[in-house]
Design a protein around this ligand. Sequence first.
Ligand SMILES: [Zn+2]
Length: 147
Amino acid sequence: MEAIFKKELSKEELEELFQSDEKCLEFLADVKWNEGFTCRKCGNNNHCPGKTPYSRRCTKCKTEESCTSGTIFHNCKFPISKAFYIAYTVCKGMDDVSTYEFARRLSLRQMTCWKFKTRISNALQTMDSLSTVERSSIEKILSKQNQ
Ligand SMILES: [Zn+2]
């Protein structure tokens, strides 16, 4: 999660990510296995492709890991590209977007956006290496959540 948003992305890269679920998965897989694959179960470093796009499967114990597991995008019930858009906007504190506004922009239900935003905020709070600015923008988000 942290790694994802520490990465600097160009406007073009972002636009591509916000429009394509496939690109988002590819991006997540890149970040997640940046230093190579290690099976969570047995520690093996060899993998073959899993059943779902961009997932990896341990060649030894056959445990499959999706590129979203362990991230805020895990079990996301709406398109990941939309989730990405919300996450990026919230994390970067780029602009103060309400969940109603997210819902309008992304054609999602407000409750869906609200739930996801809450998930992001909770994840962000547990990060250690946040700067003061990042932290204060998250606190701002949290205090507005009931609106
Ligand atoms: Zn394994």
